[in-house]
Design a protein around this ligand. Sequence first.
Ligand code: AMP
Ligand code: MG
Length: 389
Amino acid sequence: MHVSVEQAREMLSALLSPPGHETVPLQGALGRTLAAPLRALVSHPSATESALDGIACREADTLGATPGAPARLRVVGESRAGLPFPASVGPGECTRIYTGAPMPAGADAICPVEELLDDGPEHVLLRRPASPGDVRREGGDFRAGEEVMAAGLPLTAPRVALAAALGHQTLPVRRRFRVALLSTGDEVVEPGQLLRPGQVYDSNRYGLAAMLAECGCEVVMLGHAPDSVEALEEAVARSGGADLLVTSGGVSMGRYDFMRDLLIDHGRVAFWKVRMRPGGPAILGGWKGLPVIGLPGNPVSSLVVFHVIVRPALTGQPLQALTLRAATPFRALGDKAAFWRGVIRGGQVHDYGQQGSGILRSLSDADALVIVPEGQPVAVGDDVQVVLL
Ligand code: AMP
Ligand code: MG
């Protein structure tokens, strides 16, 4: 039942029912995941247009123009953004033109306003030749009908802008997962309450709720339950309609680790224990048809398991690792992948130092998790895979 991190991720993904789709307005699309490919409904630019303010003319009329011997053109009208020049530009003629305004028929080049002098009310002098390069070609960004965005893309701010530019008012997105969250443990106390010796404030529930929010999930806060199977059953029964229940605490080998007992004795178990540190005792299973992932109580363990196993399963996005040079050694474990906390300085990754799974600051102060595969220690100067936090 001891699975690898990759197996754990796949088993969790397999337990989650596919989230289904819904349609949201552009304004509510940030952070959602595109559920279907998006095609351009129009081309952008929709016509060949000027990239600057100046005049539009025929390049041939302006060749050889210099400040001492400027070209002289007659101004026959103007082209504004959204208000094109209705006629055609002939030889020796030009129109005034502004950024984003369509190129008039007959014109093929632009001369910027900085290079122009007025010569009476109807003529301009060009101190240099007009340039055909100062236009934006029709469809230069995308063409009508082109598939521009693929299904599965996370909708970042630039992608929301792109979807709007494609002409879509609403977007098909994956439904949010509804995730119930419960922390357990007799010693676990709500922040703000008096803390007696041996007790600990409930950091996991708030850390995990924040991570679930980052994943775009709807969080059902079940609060906190003491260490007893009955209390857990009562709390779990309140997670109605959730796609997944995430719990913290009570999954190791101890006598009072009842979350483990609940799944083993009353539910079903897909895996218990992942070959990783921190986070080894995590358990995956189900209780009355509800998928449940039980995270360890140790604060670093619960958040790291969430980061490397739960987040990728909920978002459908693979864990993004990058390669950095190790500035300090990182030890390997014989039979587990290690996720040591690292600090990035000068493009290299350093050991954070304190790597205990109860040292929450090792996670909040760290920049990255350094992945050390089973039995493969990292020496100074080696390349290592790191996951940014
Ligand atoms: P457990 O997994 O229940 O054996 O707990 C392991 C350690 O994590 C213990 O030191 C607990 O006090 C601590 N712990 C459990 N739950 C939480 C929590 N919600 N917030 C902070 N620490 C916790
Ligand atoms: Mg406990």
